[in-house]
Design a protein around this ligand. Structure first.
Ligand SMILES: *Cc1c(COP(=O)(O)O)cnc(C)c1O
Length: 469
């Protein structure tokens, strides 16, 4: 008779046995059962493969159970759910970019839950223009002839290229200094070529002259493109023609000039914080550019979207592109953007009541320090933790305003019995995970990006962690 423990296959539990054990213990996170079953089956299959290949030693049942439970917990944690952003990076692409205002969320909820007039003309009772009111709001806000909305700014760029650089005239002249990567590994040249346009790169990385553009213009040229360097800056020995000169060159040759602005500030950024001025779509159009595109969820402070603004004939043409249908926004995004744009329009010369704007404008001494002190006071009871308040630099992030350094305040945490890595991992494992950052051997929680109503969750999470460690 063979000893069961000597046969490694015999130790691999049956899927059912694992599921029954979990049900008995009743300690799994609330995941739908089919997901749990799938994960257990995968884990058991993996064990079998590992044993077959001779590189896995299957442990006791309890050990196997704990390993599978950890996988289930990790899967549960990966669901999209709220996270506290204590990184000090205001537009954090990994954390969903711009947070939405409660009014925007409420508007989205109302429209999502019921039927709505998205494509209904309530005057005639006939079919209506999708997002027509929003387009009017955007054109009014930006001060453009017309505007429209797509899935995101990358989609906006593709649509502009599809419309203006195609067929016999598919060449787009662009400076080598503007062939940027916009995050997530996506590069502007790749996005552009996906549209079928052919890039004609001119100049050098640091220097492009008007003559470089002019020499590249030929019978196949469809448009001139400027891409705003929103996520990096160039200093030193640099040169580029002004937008006005580029516009004049385009006019001379009968070519449209388009600018991909990306970040898309709608307020004067230099008045929010001691940070540089970020150009707005209004400004860029004021320089004579025919079309501009911006992101909805960067400095604009709204939901993910791409906003195209400029000449009415070009916007109308873009809306007729078959691709426009494939890249359009759904009712919830259109509603969220509508509410965001109305917030700007109603604010007039005041600061619009949007979380991102408030976050950028928060005062270190008046807003952040009292909160930091209150949290620190709550944490003094934790003997195994040293807490100090430190001055830090917060960032706009999301590939916007790389030079902007926003003075901020953070709690600097020094755990005495566990490592900083264990503390940061522990804070990510809570119901409302906290993302901070490591600096100078401490774990830092920057309060600029934490909503004041989250302060108590932050301190509760820490109290909880140190009760267990
Ligand atoms: C961020 C960015 C984009 C892409 O915007 P998405 O809305 O994320 O698609 C395009 N161009 C520039 C210059 C950007 O900064």
């Amino acid at each position: 008779m063979s000893e069961p423990t000597s046969n490694p296959f015999a130790r691999i539990p049956a899927v059912d046995k694992v599921l029954v054990a979990f049900e008995k213990a009743g300690d799994l996170p609330p995941l739908p059962q089919p997901l749990v079953t799938r994960l257990v089956r995968e884990a058991v299959d993996e064990m079998r493969e590992g044993v077959k290949e001779g590189n896995l030693d299957v442990g006791e049942f309890e050990e196997t159970l704990a390993a599978i439970r950890a996988k289930i917990e990790s899967l549960h944690r990966s669901r999209i759910h709220p996270v506290i952003n204590a990184t000090g990076v205001c537009i954090h692409t990994n954390l969903g970019r711009s947070p939405l205002s409660p009014d925007v969320v409420k508007a989205i909820g109302g429209v999502g839950q019921y039927y709505n007039n998205i494509e209904l003309n309530l005057d005639s009772g006939e079919r209506g223009k999708r997002g027509g009111y929003l387009e009017t709001c955007l054109a009014t806000l930006i001060g453009s002839e017309a505007a429209t909305v797509t899935n995101n700014c990358a989609a906006a760029l593709i649509l502009m290229l599809k419309h203006l650089a195609n067929g016999e005239r598919n060449e787009v002249v662009i400076s080598r200094g503007e062939l940027v990567e916009i995050g997530g590994g996506f590069r502007v040249p790749e996005i552009m070529e996906a549209s079928g346009a052919k890039l004609v790169e001119v100049g050098a990385t640091n220097k492009t002259s008007l003559a470089d553009y002019e020499n590249a213009i030929g019978p196949k040229t469809g448009m001139l493109l400027k891409v705003h360097r929103s996520n990096f800056w160039m200093g030193g020995f640099t040169e580029e023609p002004s937008t006005e000169d580029l516009v004049a060159l385009g006019e001379e040759h009968g070519l449209p000039v388009v600018e991909d602005l990306g970040s898309g500030a709608m307020v004067r950024t230099e008045e929010l914080a001691p940070i540089p001025h970020e150009p707005s779509a209004t400004e860029v159009l004021g320089r004579g550019v025919d079309l501009v595109c911006v992101s909805g969820d960067k400095l604009f402070g709204g939901p993910q979207a791409g906003i195209i603004a400029g000449r009415a004939d070009l916007v109308a043409g873009i809306k007729k592109e078959p691709f426009f249908r494939a890249l359009r926004c759904d009712k919830m995004i259109l509603t969220g953007l509508q509410e965001t744009v109305e917030t700007y329009l109603s604010a007039g010369t005041d600061r619009p009541d949007l979380p991102l704007i408030k976050m950028l404008a928060a005062s270190v001494e008046e807003d952040l320090r009292p909160r930091a002190e209150a949290i620190r006071d709550k944490l003094t009871e934790i003997e195994a933790l040293g807490v100090t308040i430190v001055e830090t630099i917060a960032r706009c992030g999301g590939g916007t305003m790389p030079k902007a350094e926003i003075p901020s305040l953070a709690l600097d945490l020094r755990p005495k019995k566990v490592s900083v890595a264990a503390l940061s991992a522990g804070l990510r494992e809570t119901n409302v995970p906290v993302m901070g950052y490591t600096a100078e051997d401490g774990y830092r929680l920057d309060l600029r990006t934490v909503f004041p109503e989250q302060d108590s969750i932050l301190s509760d999470n820490l109290l909880d962690f140190f009760r267990k460690h």
